[in-house]
Design a protein around this ligand. Structure first.
Ligand SMILES: *Cc1c(COP(=O)(O)O)cnc(C)c1O
Length: 402
């Protein structure tokens, strides 16, 4: 066994199920392992490396900022943070921003904001309606928000105040709301839950309902934001403006950064309510600013929409050749999934490692495709061909072992 993989077993708390590959270098959609074997990376750091690995605009921004100023704390103003804030606010429906370091932290902040809003404007209402199969992060409170008891059962009791309803079921939200409800909190499209796509009107219905009730409509765009669905933000794809939105993953293109944003009417947090030592530090803000500016200037979301449609078409052609194995291709933009009839996700991913395309086994019967948004047509064709080779080898080894 590779000595790097051996030392992991000595050193790490064993919480991750890793593929047996040590990635040492990346460029664009490709990465190389310790033996200099090249792979097409269709996981993109879990929907993070939107411009691919080590894009020159980011490398340059990080190098320059690292040599200028990295971290000051929020006791002072810094320019990269202001520039990033301005860019995100100018290009979204939101008015105010708080910068942090991860998706879970962004969601924690949004939850605190909603509770304070309830305290100030809704007679102390504090309950938040979220959905089953959602994913909002790994802190205790975002675990409580996450509608999946697997993530919760070892850590009870959970933070109170979350009600879970089925996703894409508007009437379930109507029935769950009470005078204790301060917000509805959803992913536009569920990513970790299995790339679950809502109906075209679901988010619009929820938004209208929240407006009627005077409660906050919060979108967790940690995975769907920054172009992944083929629009800069997922709410634009579904035409349903949130009151509060959270971002992370693709926002930094590979550096750890998150944010939550809100409209002016619910801008309720005040000095002492919230903070973060590293949040908004100059280094990650300069990197994120470079990513977001490039994404907007080069119409990366538009490219993601077109390339995502092509990718979906090619995956459907693979499905047509393997109907007995593949049940469905689903998803939007560059967030796609292949669902199998049986629980062969891990075996297919192992086959695909051998065929040199990296994929994510998001559920036992489901693998997720989330390549860099800058994926080229050549890489797309090569990636799908490698996927089909990996699939065929996984299917033939499972039929051999039967
Ligand atoms: C990944 C993810 C999170 C958690 O983000 P972290 O940076 O891992 O804390 C939250 N919400 C959604 C929708 C995600 O996909």
């Amino acid at each position: 066994m590779d000595h790097w993989i051996e030392s992991e077993q000595k050193l790490y708390m064993p919480v991750a199920r890793r593929q047996p590959i040590v990635i040492t270098r990346g460029q664009g959609t490709r990465v190389w392992d310790q033996n200099n074997i090249e792979y097409l990376d269709f996981t993109a750091g879990w929907a993070v490396n939107n411009l691919g690995h080590c894009p020159p605009v980011m490398v340059q921004a990080i190098q320059e900022q690292a040599a200028t100023l990295m971290q000051t704390s929020n006791q002072f103003y810094t320019i990269p943070q202001l520039q990033l804030a301005e860019l995100l606010i100018d290009n979204s429906c939101l008015d105010k921003i708080f910068l942090c370091n991860s998706g879970a932290e962004a969601n924690e902040g949004a939850i605190k904001l909603a509770r304070k809003y309830g305290k100030m404007h809704l007679n102390g209402a504090y309950e938040i309606i979220t959905t089953e199969n959602s994913f909002h992060g790994r802190t205790l409170t975002t675990t409580a928000a996450t509608g999946n008891t697997h993530y919760q059962e070892n850590f009870l009791p959970m933070t109170p105040g979350f009600t879970h309803v089925p996703f894409n079921d508007f009437s379930a939200i109507e029935s769950a709301v009470s005078d204790q409800t301060c917000a509805v909190f959803l992913e536009p499209l569920q990513g970790e839950g299995g790339v679950n796509v809502p109906s075209a009107t679901y988010l619009q219905d929820v938004r209208r309902f929240c407006q009627e009730k005077g409660i906050l409509f919060i979108l967790d765009e940690v995975q769907t934001g920054m172009g992944r669905l083929g629009t800069l933000f997922g709410y634009q794809y579904y035409n349903a403006e949130p009151d509060v939105m959270t971002l992370a993953k693709g926002l930094g293109g590979g550096v750890p950064i998150g944010a939550f944003l809100c409209k002016d009417f619910c801008d309720v947090l005040r000095p002492g309510d919230h903070g973060s030592t590293f949040g908004g530090n100059a280094l990650t803000c300069a990197a994120a600013h470079a990513v977001v500016q490039y994404t907007i200037d080069h119409e990366v979301p538009q490219h993601a929409r077109e390339t995502g449609d092509l990718l979906k078409g090619k995956l459907n052609a693979v499905k047509a050749r393997h109907e007995t194995a593949i049940k469905e291709i689903r998803g939007t933009g560059m967030l796609l999934a292949v669902e199998f009839h049986e629980e062969i996700g891990a075996a297919v991913v192992a086959g695909c490692n051998e065929a040199r395309v990296l994929l994510n086994p998001v559920r036992p019967n489901l693998i997720r495709f989330m390549p860099p948004l800058t994926l080229s047509i050549v890489e797309l064709d090569e990636g799908v061909a490698r996927f089909e080779r990996g699939l065929i080898s996984a299917l033939s080894s499972s039929s051999n072992s039967n």
